[in-house]
Design a protein. Structure first.
Length: 262
């Protein structure tokens, strides 16, 4: 008989040795499952990250287009040009930070640095990344006072970027509208909600929308790769919170999630 690659004579087989053999086999199987789960999670995260990088890239393209157009004019608004250059630099930094987050995600147990994060600033950075989409759709994004939480700033930007961006893209209204609120729960947890006036989600799909690459609508109707909400769930889970949605088809969706306070 073999045990961990070694032959065990029949005379040496005991209940204890059999127990060790079974335990070793179970541990090996569990480890293989964990490696496969981490590999799949990494692939999903990378796919979404590539998708999310398109927002700051679009912002850079939009700002450089305006700058180029102004340079061809005889009169240049210096203040606007400086502001657009600053936005380009900020979008570039955000892209680099997202790539760094992916690198951190590949480390053991996919750990990233957590610290005190001002969600008010996270919201401003998110809106800067989504500026091109907001202007293109004529969307209105409003928010109330947001808390300081414990988390990873770049993953939280990615979280809001996905949820707000979806509210704008998956909308048939003339003016897409998204509103963000926050309230404190018992203890140190904060409760945040992102409400839109989009197409809504049928009740039977409330859980399915958080599954990787699960699409409710064809790519020809709405762009996107599909894993965005699955990554939102992963980000919230890694922050020790929960996320869910409330919706009525054709009447908008509210995404609700919890985050630990700082």
């Amino acid at each position: 008989m073999w045990r961990s690659g070694l032959y065990i004579p029949k005379a040496n087989i005991t209940a204890e040795s059999l127990r060790h053999i079974v335990e070793n086999a179970l541990e090996k199987a569990a480890l293989q499952r964990k490696v496969e789960e981490q590999r799949q999670e990494l692939e999903n995260f990378a796919d979404v990250l590539v998708h999310d990088l398109k927002a700051p890239i679009a912002s850079i393209h939009g700002m450089t287009y305006f700058i180029e157009a102004e340079l061809h004019n005889e009169v240049i608004d210096k203040d606007k040009t400086i502001d657009r250059c600053q936005r380009i630099v900020k979008a570039g930094k955000c892209m680099g930070a997202m790539i760094d987050t992916l690198r951190e995600y590949t480390k053991a147990e996919a750990q990233v640095e957590f610290q005190s994060v001002e969600m008010q600033q996270v919201m401003k950075d998110t809106l800067s990344n989504l500026e091109h989409l907001i202007q293109e759709r004529g969307a209105r994004v409003t928010y109330e006072a947001l808390p300081v939480v414990t988390g990873n700033v770049y993953q939280l930007i990615q979280l809001l970027q996905n949820l707000i961006g979806n509210g704008i893209k998956y909308c048939k209204a003339g003016i897409p509208s998204v509103h963000v609120t926050a309230s404190q729960q018992e203890g140190k947890m904060w409760f945040l909600s992102i409400k839109d006036n989009g197409i809504g989600i049928p009740e039977q799909y409330y859980k399915a929308v958080f599954e990787p690459f699960r699409r409710l609508y064809s790519a020809s109707e709405y762009e996107g790769t599909g894993p965005g909400l699955a990554t939102c769930k992963k980000i919230i889970g890694r922050h020790g919170g929960t996320i869910w949605c409330e919706s009525r088809e054709g009447q908008g969706t509210t995404f609700l999630f919890t985050l630990p306070g700082a």
